[in-house]
Design a protein around this ligand. Structure first.
Ligand code: CU
Length: 152
């Protein structure tokens, strides 16, 4: 193998080359880390998006000016859980449609007349004693409608 005496320039160039080489290695490591982070983030995002929240049939969640479910189903004598999410608004629930109370045979007393006032972060359990189909609305937010199916 031929040899030659290195001049000062050559030494500098070699040092620079080594530095560049080391730098490339670091980029390689960082790319692996970055790739791992991206894959991890993608997994987290995927799991987050694909996770389906299973809500029991007897729970009616409210957020903002809406029921998050269109219907609930309970057996006669079992309570419906009206759950006002902490990020929600105050609601006044009555039996009826479009924000107006409409008397209905068998409807729970709490949902008649002035209605049930429910505040964010609270849950009210209302027993439907009589089988039937009821519609619950909110006098503050007339677009809120919930069908309550009460089975015998
Ligand atoms: Cu409301």
């Amino acid at each position: 193998m031929p040899t030659r005496i290195l001049r000062k320039d050559d030494v500098t160039r070699l040092k620079e080359a080594k530095t560049v080489h080391t730098y490339r290695l670091d980029v390689g490591k960082n790319m692996k880390r970055l790739t791992a982070i991206i894959i991890l983030a993608a997994c987290v995002a995927f799991v987050g998006c694909s996770r389906t929240k299973i809500v029991p049939l007897d729970e009616a969640h409210m957020s903002g000016a809406a029921f998050l479910q269109s219907s609930v189903t309970v057996k006669a004598g079992q309570p419906v859980k009206f759950i006002d999410n902490p990020d929600g608004a105050q609601h006044i629930l009555v039996v009826g449609t479009n924000g107006a109370y409409a008397p209905q045979q068998g409807a729970p007393d709490q949902l008649t007349g002035a209605g049930l006032t429910i505040t964010p972060g609270t849950t009210d359990q209302i027993v439907f004693a009589t089988a039937g189909t009821y519609t619950v609305t909110c006098t503050i937010h007339p677009s809120m409608l919930l069908t309550v199916n009460v089975t015998p």
